[in-house]
Design a protein around this ligand. Structure first.
Ligand code: HPA
Length: 277
């Protein structure tokens, strides 16, 4: 039965990974999770292997907040790349196992480097909407953690260190590589709220006070899973809007997606560099 949660998580993950392996998803080096409005990046892979989430055992395809819901695999820039086009959000079901399932499958398939992307609200008032931010660290305000529950020892330790989650050396390399192409990347702290309501202005002031530069509703679960397994993580936020209350106007989801379209090419260039470095 699809998504039979009575079976151990490790078994469900393995089954999904074995299925993908059988379809030809062989030893991906780079794993990319695409955020809202950023899914077009998957079209860059030539002659891709495309597998619908519907066909992958234990993937709750119905929950995906994007029309695609596809695993896309292929050779790109000389590397074997797996892309999860369409991500699961915690606000869909209050279930971290489901939210982080694709990341666990990518760990299981052997992905060494995770490139995790999102659209986020800009909390830092010195910055502007339309900019890209490398995530240097995060604050988990979801009230949950994907590692709660029996530890999967084959993935990583019970109490994983989170000091170096967003690989510092890679951030430095990526920033200078982008700078050489004339793309200036901000670098800062991403705070995850659950959503799906946008934050209130008071919550944004709170986020700023505790050190956040950006806010969003994703990324943290996947980053924790990748880090747990000792994999490299690069987090890229597209600052699609100034966060609530920074400007005297309401926010809409449509605005976020439209803004993402406008940055598509620059965003893709940065992801390209994150694969190369
Ligand atoms: N808040 C939370 N998530 C978001 C935002 C925001 O302002 N913009 C894009 N994703």
């Amino acid at each position: 039965m699809k998504g039979d949660v009575s079976r151990p998580l490790s078994e469900r993950v393995r089954e999904a990974a074995v299925y993908l392996y059988g379809k030809g998803v062989l030893k991906p080096e780079i794993g990319i999770i695409l955020g809202s409005g950023l899914n077009d990046f998957a079209d860059r892979i030539k002659n891709p292997l495309i597998i619908s989430y519907n066909d992958v055992p234990n993937m709750e395809a119905g929950l995906v907040s994007d029309h695609r819901g596809q695993v896309v695999y292929g050779k790109y820039k000389g590397k074997r790349v797996i892309i999860m086009a369409g991500r699961f959000h915690y606000y869909e079901n209050r279930d971290m196992d489901k939210t982080a399932f694709p990341a666990r499958v990518m760990v299981s398939l052997g992905v060494r480097r995770f490139i995790i992307t999102n659209a986020a609200g800009c909390v830092n008032t010195e910055w502007n909407a339309g900019e890209l931010m490398l995530i240097s660290d995060h604050i988990n305000l979801s009230g949950n953690n994907p590692l709660i529950g029996r530890n999967l020892d084959e993935f990583g330790p019970r109490f994983p260190d989170m000091t170096y989650t967003y690989n510092r050396e890679l951030r430095e390399k990526l920033r200078s590589a982008a700078s050489e192409k004339g793309i200036e990347l901000r670098e800062g702290v991403y705070a995850m709220f659950t959503g799906p309501s946008f934050e209130t202005p008071a919550e944004i002031r709170f986020a700023r006070t505790i050190g956040a530069d950006a806010v969003g509703m994703s990324t943290v679960p996947e980053a924790i899973i990748a880090n747990h397994a000792g994999r490299e993580v690069i987090g890229i936020s597209f600052l699609s809007n100034m966060a609530a209350g920074v400007l005297d106007k309401p926010l809409t989801g449509a605005e976020v997606n439209e803004a993402a379209l406008s940055i598509k090419d620059t965003f893709a260039e940065v992801v390209d560099l994150a694969i190369d470095i």
